[in-house]
Design a protein around this ligand. Structure first.
Ligand SMILES: [Zn+2]
Length: 299
């Protein structure tokens, strides 16, 4: 595993006697790795990067064993953005059409245009609940940040503001990515709420801050300016996918013996690409035969 993403961090803080919760993230390595794996063009890179960052920020509010997925499905050319994340800072994701790129709108990558009108589907899996928690909402703009803020405010009933940014260089690489999430919990005074709202409204784009050298502490300080900030915890985050060769064998076994025999006869091998991380697995003739002979064997 490369250490490309080790400088990526989510910082969790609170203020105003814990009635305001805020998280700030720098995710440049995560987003660049996602871009490289999926070969996304700039608008698709921005959409995927914003969704990955949103996932990591939400992950920062979750318990370790929780899982979360965000799916943005729209009628735009990108069709779909899907990410899943853990409460321990691991995220993965993909877009349906990585080659999506639109002319910029108001000088920004047109993520809203790429996703279009559609739905945000959120699934939270908590091991202590038998059923996963599902929520489906209309997209507000398809720009990701306000869609996630709307979900948190309307569905989880926690008034929230979200800022997300991905800066794509002319040659296509990601040079800055990050974001923040600020939430007003019960007991917060009107004065505190007003202060946070004014901070958020005044904030320059997150990528401007990061490109000027700001890290999560500086972003958090800007979001919570004028409040007594208490930094609680710092969590390293990374792009990570749990797919393995063994899982690929498991998926092939599900096809059944006839299909496997057919693959051996016709192709001489099987090729499986993980949708989430684009890792490519080639299963050769010998391995396929082994699956046929000993379907429950440890490969
Ligand atoms: Zn994978």
């Amino acid at each position: 595993m490369s250490d490309r993403g080790t400088r990526d961090i989510v910082l969790k803080g609170s203020a105003a006697g814990e009635t305001v919760r805020a998280l700030a993230a720098v995710t440049t390595g995560v987003v660049e790795e996602a871009r490289r794996r999926h070969g996304t063009l700039p608008t698709a890179t921005a959409a995927l990067g914003r969704a990955l960052t949103a996932g990591l920020l939400l992950g920062g509010t979750m318990k370790d064993e929780e899982r979360l997925s965000l799916e943005f499905a729209g009628n735009g050319p990108l069709r779909r953005v899907m990410i899943t994340t853990t409460g321990t800072g691991q995220v993965r994701g993909y877009v349906a059409r990585p080659a999506t790129h639109l002319p910029p709108r108001n000088g920004k990558l047109d993520v809203g245009g790429a996703i279009g009108k559609g739905l945000l589907c959120v699934i939270r899996t908590q091991p202590w609940n038998k059923e996963p928690y599902r929520s489906i909402m209309q997209l507000v703009s398809g720009e990701i940040a306000n869609d996630v803020a709307h979900y948190l405010t309307a569905s989880e009933q926690i008034p929230s503001a979200v800022g997300l940014g991905v800066f794509v260089e002319r040659e296509g690489g990601v040079s800055a990515a990050g974001g923040f999430l600020v939430q007003v919990l019960s007991g917060a005074s009107e004065e505190m709420i007003g202060l946070v709202e004014r901070n958020v409204a005044r904030l320059p784009p997150v990528t401007t801050l990061i490109r000027e050298g700001a890290g999560p502490p500086e972003i958090l300080a800007a979001v919570l300016a004028g409040l007594d900030v208490r930094a609680l915890a710092e969590e390293p985050v990374r792009f990570a996918c749990p797919c393995t060769r063994e899982r690929v064998y498991g998926a092939l076994l599900l096809l059944g013996p006839e299909e496997l025999q057919d693959m051996i006869t016709r192709e001489g091998q099987a090729e499986v690409t993980c949708e989430f991380c684009a890792e490519r697995y080639v299963v050769d003739r010998d391995q396929l035969t082994m699956l046929l002979v000993e379907p429950r064997g440890s490969a």
